[in-house]
Design a protein around this ligand. Structure first.
Ligand code: SDX
Length: 443
């Protein structure tokens, strides 16, 4: 990012701005226009059904704003991502993940006292109940780590459900701290279980990223020193994955939480949604794809498949519902990936050179240019995580770890809304007309 902040149009709210809609029967109604700080204005259609008997229709929510939020802003056309107004490039370069977590949760960068206090809160909740280990025993060792995460994160509800009155702000606060604090421990336990290693307890003397790496890679048999380069790369990875507006998993957490469900269960729902290869599972799928392509001379064959409508293959790590420009996170991750490979003496890793070549060819290809398909956050992250020593199946779990603070920030914002109500979309019914039951003998 250049030193200049990009100038983003700021809307002045004009309270009486309206759009007029004329219905097929000639009825005209006025739809209030609501102005944002940045980004598209919105048409408030919440009274449309009451006034006209019509629903709006927008499968996949391509043109639908589901809520107000002050947490994250994305300008997909210009490849801009802000967290509480701060560009992701500046946060990734200068902040710690715990600092960004505070920013997402409380709306401002913490001063030194606030950062220490919040950091201590998180540190002192990193341990899980000793009985928590039993949940893992029921899984096969080769279970996908996301199957362990979905199950065990939800199981946190079993330990805290009774003590949680989500209508009480203090109870919500401690639930938030517990979730941010325990996710690295659970994620590391999922990894250790999958490789048959004993679980490693968290350490209060390590920062968030170092503590997580220590719980993943240390063994009782010898001292494990966390590499500052890997710690920096993990810190940056977590920041780049922290939040991303109303993506599928954040929307899942909001909808689950709107029924006043236990926040631990809502985060488990977020893990389930993120697991899909179209979403957070894409980092795992992207690396598997690169290994399958193998060599640069096979790139044209795979690009051909990616463009073939009869072939379900897609270029994993490319394309985005919102970004129609280079995902700013992918740019930072590409840099971090290079640094990690350099530091680990793996910068001649063929897989990285293959990724750079695949990106170059794809970005020159008409199909990708016309559809504005650029590398997204998942394209380079897999290569970096692979170089750091994580198995491919752990990649979505690491994405979930980073995204947890975004999910719980979105949950906190939603549950704290004065007129918070259950989210309950409608549908366009295209099924059978009403008909009589037919007894079995007459069918
Ligand atoms: C994440 O929402 C978020 O913010 C998500 C995320 C976050 O931080 O939470 O950013 C994280 O999920 C990133 C995306 C990771 N997924 C992938 O990398 C999987 C591969 N990408 C595609 O599945 C797809 O691009 C999506 C799912 C990401 C976006 O899908 P859309 O917006 O529904 O777009 P689409 O499927 O309608 O595609 C539009 C066109 C289609 O062609 P036409 O029908 O117009 O001819 O682009 C084509 C698609 O076939 N296309 C691709 C493609 N992605 C879209 N063609 C080949 N390869 C691809 N990767």
């Amino acid at each position: 990012m250049s030193n200049e902040l990009p100038s983003i149009p700021v809307h002045t709210s004009s309270p009486d701005e309206k759009a007029t809609l004329t219905m097929p029967n000639g009825q005209t109604i006025e739809l209030p226009v609501l102005a944002p700080t940045h980004g598209p204005k919105v048409l408030n259609v919440s009274a449309l059904y009451k006034q006209t008997g019509y629903f709006t229709y927008d499968p996949g929510f391509l043109s639908t704003a589901s809520c107000d939020s002050q947490i994250t802003f994305i300008d997909g056309e210009r490849g801009i991502l802000l967290h509480r107004g701060y560009p992701i490039e500046e946060l990734a370069a200068q902040a710690s993940y715990v600092e960004v977590a505070y920013l997402l949760l409380y709306g401002k960068l913490p001063n030194q006292t606030e950062l220490v206090e919040f950091g201590n809160q998180v540190t002192y909740h990193t341990m899980v109940h000793e009985q928590f280990k039993q949940f893992f025993q029921g899984y096969r060792r080769d279970a996908h780590p996301m199957a362990l995460m979905v199950g065990t994160v939800g199981a946190l509800s079993a330990f805290y459900h009774e003590s949680l009155d989500i209508n009480d702000a203090a109870a919500r606060e401690i639930a938030t701290h517990r979730i941010v604090a325990k996710m690295p421990t659970i994620c590391a336990m999922a990894y250790k279980y999958s490789i048959g290693h004993p679980f490693v307890y968290p350490r209060n003397d390590l920062d968030y990223a170092s503590n997580f790496l220590h719980m993943c890679f240390s063994v009782p048999a010898e001292e494990y020193k966390v590499s500052p380069t890997l710690a920096k790369a993990m810190n940056r990875f977590l920041i780049l994955h922290a939040d991303h507006e109303q993506n599928a998993s954040a929307a899942t957490v909001r909808i689950s939480g709107s029924s006043q469900a236990n926040p631990y269960a809502c985060i488990a729902a977020g893990c389930a949604s993120l697991w899909g290869p179209a979403h957070g599972g894409a980092n795992e799928a992207a690396l598997r794809m690169l290994f399958e392509i193998g060599t640069k001379d096979r790139i044209p064959e795979y690009l051909k498949r990616a463009k073939d409508k009869d072939d379900p293959f897609r270029l994993m790590g490319f394309g985005h519902r919102v970004y129609k420009n280079y995902d700013p996170r992918a740019r930072v991750l590409r840099e971090s990936c290079h640094e990690v490979l350099e530091e680990l003496g793996k910068n001649n890793e063929p897989i990285f050179a293959l990724a750079v070549e695949l990106e170059r060819i794809a970005l020159e290809d008409d199909y990708f240019q016309q559809r504005k398909l650029f590398p997204n956050v998942d394209f380079y992250s897999g290569i970096m995580l692979h170089a750091m020593g994580f198995p491919t199946s752990m990649f979505p779990a690491l994405f979930a770890l980073g995204r947890t603070v975004g999910w719980i920030s979105q949950w906190k914002e939603m549950i704290g809304e004065p007129n918070q109500r259950i989210a309950r979309p409608r549908q366009r019914y295209t099924g059978e007309q009403i008909r009589r039951y037919v007894p079995t003998n007459d069918r």
